[in-house]
Design a binder for this molecule. Structure first.
Ligand code: BGC
Length: 390
């Protein structure tokens, strides 16, 4: 059976600055990698050296037949100290956008992907009194290089950010790391305020469609746990989806699915099929996530801004992605407005403290920085060229 996707559907891959650029010395993740090294947290170091090799990365993507590239701008490079902006770094990101456009790739630009300048943390981070304003001051400068960009994501996965920062706050207060934490609304609220302030700003000075991206956990209620499921789903993702109601699109990011019972989210059961993240192999999660997003947001267009699998076996990556695209196609056939699919990730990259979980369509030799495309890159490229899945 051949399944065709809508005309103009975007096909691409996604990355994030800190995970691929290397040497982002001035952000909170770099600091955390050093502070937590004794717990086994690994260093991003040179990462994939994409700060210098972005053109090679984009060329591999375009040559394979894909037509979109989602990447992020690094706030800590653009604004190395409060209110002081680097024109050279802004010019660097402008070159990235021009390179993408020159290769026929639609750039999908994320303004914030998990990292913060160190000075932002010193001012209280997202709990600081001026956090949304500080973010907007940066966004205003970032907008100066966004001419010709049609898709902008303000903040990546604010819910995961609220989860991580909430957990770190509890650790700083002397509690053990809360592995079962939910996103902390104390962090969620200023993130929502920042998005709501930044989105109209970006819209007013660019021609971009503006949205943000939400981590969708495809939560499913165990029998009898419907009320708990609704409460957990609200705290996990719906409050962040609600904030996208007036947006031009919403980014859906999906990897796996979990059950909610009367105690909360059930940990992924041990299974030989679990991915290198320890997550259940659930290619059907993408369909659940898209349908749930549509239920909450009605007609707001959807872009799949991340979906993929951490595996050392590239055939499994192709199998997972093919299945996920089948579920996505079912949702599209049911009338849900989906505009594109951006695979996570273009490169094997720094998976936030770990190098082992490899999500890439391209392997990177971390000594020579040589790029070695995997068969999944050509496979996804052929799906993109046909705009159809066999
Ligand atoms: C993030 C990525 C991350 C991926 C896999 C998403 O939460 O946006 O930065 O690498 O999932 O864990």
């Amino acid at each position: 059976m051949t399944r065709t996707f809508p005309d103009g559907f975007l096909w691409g891959a996604a990355t994030a600055a800190h995970q691929i650029e290397g040497n982002n010395l001035n952000n909170d993740w770099w600091k955390l990698e050093h502070d937590a090294a004794r717990y086994g947290v690994q260093f991003s170091g040179d990462a994939c050296d994409s700060y210098h090799r972005f053109d090679e990365d984009m060329k591999l993507l375009a040559d394979a037949g894909l037509d979109a590239y989602r990447f992020s701008l690094e706030w800590s490079r653009i604004e190395p100290s409060p209110g002081k902006f680097s024109l050279a770094v802004l010019a660097h990101y402008r070159r990235m956008i021009d390179t993408a456009l020159g290769l026929g790739l639609t750039p999908v630009v994320t303004l914030h992907h998990f990292t913060h300048p160190l000075w932002f943390g010193e001012l209280g981070g997202w709990l600081g009194p001026d956090a949304p304003d500080l973010f907007c001051r940066y966004v205003e400068q970032a907008c100066s290089v966004l001419d010709g960009v049609e898709w902008v994501c303000t903040i990546n996965e604010p819910n995961v950010l609220a989860l991580n920062h909430g957990a770190l706050r509890r650790v700083a207060a002397g509690e053990p790391y809360p592995f079962d934490a939910l996103p902390d609304p104390d962090f969620g609220e200023p993130l929502i305020a920042a998005h709501r302030a930044a989105a109209p700003m970006v819209r007013s000075v660019t021609r971009a469609r503006v949205g943000w991206t939400v981590a969708n956990q495809a939560l499913v209620a165990a029998p009898g746990a419907e009320a708990k499921h609704a409460a957990v789903q609200h705290q996990w993702e719906d409050m962040y989806l609600d904030a996208a109601r007036d947006d031009d699109f919403v980014g859906v990011q999906s990897y796996t699915s979990q059950t909610v019972d009367e105690h909360g989210i059930v940990a992924h059961p041990e299974h030989p099929d679990n991915t290198l993240m320890g997550w259940a192999y659930r290619a059907d999660a993408l369909g659940i996530a898209v349908r749930h997003t549509h239920e909450v947001l009605g007609d707001v267009p959807i872009v799949i801004t991340e979906n993929g699998i951490a595996t050392a076996d590239d055939e499994r990556r192709i199998a997972y992605t093919g299945e996920a695209l089948g579920h996505l196609g079912d949702a599209v056939d049911d009338g849900i407005d989906v505009r594109g699919y951006l695979h996570w990730s273009l490169l094997d990259n720094f998976e936030w403290g770990r190098w082992e979980p490899t999500f890439g369509l391209i392997e990177v030799d971390r000594t020579t920085f040589e790029r070695r495309p995997k068969p999944s890159l050509a496979w996804l490229g052929s799906v993109a060229r046909a705009n159809a899945l066999e």
